[in-house]
Design a protein around this ligand. Structure first.
Ligand code: AMP
Ligand code: GLY
Length: 417
């Protein structure tokens, strides 16, 4: 197999690392990739993942047989459709199914008409009506932009002034969703789908807020844990029967099944699990914690997806717990500098400790330079969350750059001792 991974984050570095361990791989490419993927794969810097024709041309040029699409945007632009039409195996939703992530209007209506548990909601395209609703609402509500917004499309606030401003901004060019605020704890479940069958991976949780104890502004995700302590077999069975099975039944009924990843963003409420959102891809930073726990050969897994044999795939998962801690640039999630040199400890790659690059590139002299806000995810495995936390926070000391910061309490929410 010659595999191309589209994207350039730590999620994609983790995917490339996992593919690099496969016995099935005869060529590995990332587009555009980062300094980390460049150590294990060829980075195709001239490919624009947002231009399906550019990806198709690169696939032809390099004899690529399988394309794994990391982020959502190329999927909403139809990259999977274009590649598949040309006979290339793609792990990624087709354009129609990508609307489950690309349009909250579509996703919410899909859940409503199929009676899949989710927050009650209303849709607005008129600012006056939205304003009246916001002013009159006594309950806590959540405002959402329908289209893709790179993590900035949701407002949870008690401040009506802020809500009105947010509504006005969204309604300039999109539809607004207002939904009930759900209490509970969040978890993410990934289903790997082959268009007919699906396989569930261990549940993950991410830590979205910038500050300790889940305070401060939202980020793309500052850390992750897998599996989620407290999400026991009984609760997992409920998630499966109440949210996942009805989703797949509805996908089948509506001809939306696809070969790729389906992300269930869940709120575990006192009344049972409810779906906050679907994404049509792996999560970041959940994937960085998840993949080191998968013992199965990833090439074999992709082959099973491509050939629709997931029903007989022998998925092997480690019993350990994995924690990921994101190292960010000073200022993130606000504005930050780029191009800061990174230094690494001599022996950074111990077993069960991983440094996945996110936004990095290599300078002319080979130095790794930061190239974004979230720069690395450090991941460590342990026999439980306590050991994983001890190891990951020892691990983060293996790299440094000016202004680097991370949350010191990833995992703590799930620790009882
Ligand atoms: P979404 O993009 O819809 O998953 O929303 C992003 C984040 O906002 C979620 O991960 C939750 O932390 C929060 N959120 C979204 N919808 C709700 C809701 N109805 N109730 C409570 N929190 C929510
Ligand atoms: N970690 C949340 C996401 O990938 O959307």
């Amino acid at each position: 197999m010659k595999v191309l991974v589209l994207g350039s984050g730590a999620r994609e570095h983790a995917l490339i690392w996992k593919f690099s361990q496969s016995t099935r791989i005869s060529g590995l490419f990332a587009a555009p990739g980062n300094a980390g993927t460049g150590e294990l794969a060829a980075n195709l810097l001239d490919v624009d993942p947002l231009k399906p024709e550019s990806v198709l041309a690169a696939a032809g040029k390099h004899g690529i047989t399988h394309v794994f699409v990391g982020p959502e945007e190329p999927l909403t632009l139809g990259v999977a459709d274009v590649l598949r039409d040309a006979g290339i195996a793609v792990i990624g939703a087709h354009r129609e199914a990508a609307r489950l992530e690309g349009s909250k209007v579509f996703a919410k209506a899909f859940m409503r008409r199929n009676a899949i548990p989710t927050a009650e909601y209303q849709e607005f395209s008129d600012l006056k009506a939205a304003g009246r609703y916001i002013k009159a609402s006594g309950e806590k509500i959540v405002l959402k932009k329908s289209g893709l917004a790179a993590g900035k499309g949701v407002l949870e606030s008690d401040n009506k002034g802020k809500m009105l401003k947010f509504a006005e901004k969204v309604l300039e060019d999109d539809t607004l969703i207002i939904e009930e605020f759900l209490e509970g704890f969040e978890a993410t479940v990934f289903a790997v789908c082959d268009g007919k069958n699906y396989l569930l991976l261990p549940p993950c949780a991410d830590f979205k807020k910038a500050g300790e104890n889940d305070t401060g502004p939202n980020t793309g995700g500052m850390g992750s844990v897998c599996p989620v302590p407290g999400l026991d077999a009984r609760l997992q069975a409920r998630i499966r029967s109440e949210t996942i099975e009805p989703t797949f039944a509805a996908l089948k009924k509506e001809n939306l099944m696809y070969r790729g990843i389906l992300y269930f963003g869940l709120m575990i409420t006192p009344g049972g699990p409810k779906i906050l959102e679907y994404n049509v891809r792996f999560g970041d930073p959940e994937t960085q914690a998840l993949l080191p726990l998968i013992n199965s050969d990833f090439g074999n897994l992709c082959d099973a997806i491509a050939t629709q044999n997931l029903d007989t795939f022998p998925l092997e998962v480690s019993e350990k717990t994995s924690l990921g801690v994101v190292i960010a640039a000073k200022g993130y999630p606000g504005s930050y500098e780029k191009g800061i040199p990174v230094s690494f400890a001599e022996k950074a790659d111990e077993k069960d400790l991983h440094i996945f690059h996110a936004s990095t590139l290599r300078g002319k002299d080979g130095t790794v330079l930061t190239n974004g806000g979230r720069c690395f995810t450090v991941v460590a495995l342990g026999k439980d969350i306590y050991e994983a936390a001890e190891r990951v926070y020892a691990g983060v000391k293996n790299l440094s750059f000016k202004g680097a910061w991370y949350r010191p309490d990833i995992g703590k929410r799930f620790m009882t001792e």
